[in-house]
Design a binder for this molecule. Structure first.
Ligand SMILES: NC(=O)c1ccc[n+]([C@@H]2O[C@H](COP(=O)([O-])OP(=O)(O)OC[C@H]3O[C@@H](n4cnc5c(N)ncnc54)[C@H](OP(=O)(O)O)[C@@H]3O)[C@@H](O)[C@H]2O)c1
Length: 425
């Protein structure tokens, strides 16, 4: 990294090597050009010198970035900061590890990589006196990760709740307006929110990875994204949402974790009371609450999109560039002995539940009596024909599971989701 002087201010010339030149990679290259003046004020002059791609013959927008599919050519360019926007695990993991092991800081937006290998890559970075930055991997346009990473007490508050996937949030918001899942998904693809293959969004995998990254930041390094209880939004039907509405709630795709002794986790649709702050958030907007009750802190804003992601990536590049060489730019929490927490988070957390019943021929009173006898009292119920929607009193997941089994044994078709309590964000 060379240093020149502009108007008496030392400016570092920073050579960026991009791994990937797709939606986000190209947006990073554009943002480098459009933010040049602001970056000079921040003391850096950024240059995207090379990008690794799969197919370097494919025509792209005009750019001075050298495109190559040859890793050796990419490596020979000698860069100061690596920006990884390939996606997926390999070759991203190997290339990021090689850069860190050479003492080169890496900025990534790749949540799959950070959720699976973040703690190991951070440890490798620390060993070689450099850093891994991943602000854009969670709530891409909202600067929350670096804030939490620097604040052991704020990040370790023990409770997280968020709407962290814009695509599934857009789809459920549209379904609240009466559209079918398929129709809303087609619209999400047409607007560029969802990829034609949107399984990671609609299955909850993307949200589970983001929640895992937040839990790792709090020191719970043993949490594995694939072990969190998770349900996709693909089974949601408009009548589920309409019954929720009659019970003064909306269905939203959330990610929750509570590391307390009666805690647990959930990634998937949940019943959100209309009086809850999350009910006011619509479309592709993300929101994250860290902490409990009155002491919870809220972050909210755009969660995705190449332009907002690129801006966050570049802010990380600046942080990497101005960090003193050989010094870690921020603390890396020593992984706590987190096996008990990871075990706890494999089960849905205790709380109130929203149930929908189909083919329920018994009266509302009989259904309520049946549930009470199975330790799952209903506190509100609405219905039309053989379909009912109800909210229960708080109960452990075990009580819910056995009551649902008993109901289904009578021929009723049951679907269930957790309720986000207003006083327990
Ligand atoms: N899009 C968003 O709004 C957003 C927001 C936050 C985070 N992210 C994350 O940012 C990352 C990139 O997303 P994106 O939307 O930019 O993806 P994308 O459009 O699919 O771009 C991926 C890029 O990586 C290259 N690539 C993939 N595998 C490769 C391989 N094995 N060898 C060489 N090059 C390879 C591709 O090359 P070709 O161009 O030749 O195919 C392409 O240039 C992902 O981890 C994503 O989760 C995206």
């Amino acid at each position: 990294m060379s240093v020149t002087e502009s108007s008496g201010v030392a400016v570092r010339n920073v050579r960026i090597g991009l791994l990937g030149f797709g939606g986000v990679g190209q947006a990073v290259a554009r943002a480098v050009e459009t933010s040049r003046r602001r970056m000079a004020e921040a003391g850096v002059d950024l240059h995207c010198v090379v990008a690794l791609v799969r197919d370097d013959t494919r025509p792209r927008e005009a750019s001075s970035v050298l495109l190559t599919s040859d890793v050796d050519v990419w490596r020979r360019q000698g860069v100061d900061v690596v920006v990884e926007v390939l996606g997926g695990i390999e070759p991203a993991r190997t290339l990021v590890a090689q850069a860190l092991a050479s003492g080169i800081p890496v900025v990534t937006a790749n949540k799959s990589l950070v959720a699976a290998y973040g703690p190991a890559l951070q440890a490798l970075a620390a060993e070689h006196g450099t850093s891994l930055y991943f602000e854009a991997s969670v709530l891409a346009g909202v600067p929350c990760v670096n804030t939490l990473a620097r604040r052991p007490l704020a990040s370790g508050a023990g409770a997280w709740a968020g709407i962290v996937n814009g695509t599934s949030h857009f789809i459920t918001t549209e379904m609240t307006r009466g559209r079918s899942f398929d129709d809303a998904l087609v619209d999400a693809v047409a607007r560029g929110y969802a990829e034609p293959s949107s399984d990671a969004d609609t299955s909850g995998r993307d949200a589970a990875e983001k929640l895992t990254i937040l839990l790792h930041l709090a020191g719970h390094a043993d949490v594995v994204a694939g072990e969190l209880p998770r349900r996709g939004i693909t089974d949601l039907q408009p009548w589920h949402l309409s019954l929720a509405h009659r019970l003064a709630g909306v269905i939203k795709p959330v990610a929750l974790a509570d590391t307390g002794t009666s805690g647990g986790a959930w990634v998937g649709p949940a019943f959100v009371p209309l009086s809850h702050p999350f009910a006011q958030v619509q479309g592709v907007t993300n929101i994250l609450s860290v902490g409990r009750g009155d002491t919870a802190v809220l972050f909210s804003g755009p969660g995705a999109g190449p332009a907002v992601t690129a801006a966050t990536v570049l802010d990380d590049v600046v942080e990497a560039a101005v960090a003193a060489p050989g010094r870690r730019a921020r603390p890396v929490l020593a992984p706590a002995s987190s096996h008990p927490v990871a075990d706890r988070l494999r089960t849905p957390r205790a709380g109130a539940w929203f149930l929908t019943l189909d083919r329920a021929t018994a009266s509302a009173g009989d259904v309520a009596e049946f549930l009470a006898a199975h330790h799952l009292p209903a506190v509100a119920m609405v219905g039309e024909g053989e379909r009912r929607g109800l909210v229960t009193a708080p109960a452990p997941f075990g009580s819910l599971a056995s009551a649902v089994d008993a109901l289904e044994a009578t021929g009723v078709v049951v679907a269930w989701w957790p309720v986000l309590e207003v006083n327990r964000v």
